[in-house]
Design a protein around this ligand. Structure first.
Ligand SMILES: [Zn+2]
Length: 123
């Protein structure tokens, strides 16, 4: 069987950096001299594409091909959730409680203050 090395890639089993990706007359396959794995035999186009991913073509060992990012890395960032700011009751101005004669224009009575929220959001 005349097979030749078409590229190199790291071995997923032992981590050897220059494991062989070989082309035979039937398929593209993986062989690692580091651990002896005589590995996956890619026969379909999709399998061959997977085998070639991250492979350095033979003869250009110092120029690794950029590995496309796995789809899992493209997870959408979580949408920013605005933190709710609790409404703070504004203290009633002292002038509002004074009799109307203190100011020439009568001020409308302030709305009753909302019950003060205690503790939960006020760190
Ligand atoms: Zn290996």
């Amino acid at each position: 069987m005349a097979s030749k090395i078409v590229g190199r890639r790291a071995c997923p089993w032992c981590g050897f950096e220059h494991a062989h990706v070989k082309e035979s007359d039937k398929c593209l396959y993986f062989y690692c001299p580091g651990c002896g794995t005589n590995g996956p035999h890619a026969r379909t186009e999709a399998q061959r594409a997977n085998m070639a991913r991250g492979m350095r073509p033979e003869g250009s060992q110092h120029a690794p091909t950029p590995t496309p990012a796995p789809p899992a890395a493209k997870a959408a960032p979580a949408p920013a959730v605005p933190t709710p700011t609790p409404p703070r009751p504004t203290p009633a101005p002292a002038a509002a409680k004074a009799p109307a004669e203190a100011t020439p224009t009568p001020t409308p009575a302030p709305a009753p203050a909302a019950p003060r929220r205690v503790g939960f959001f006020q760190f």
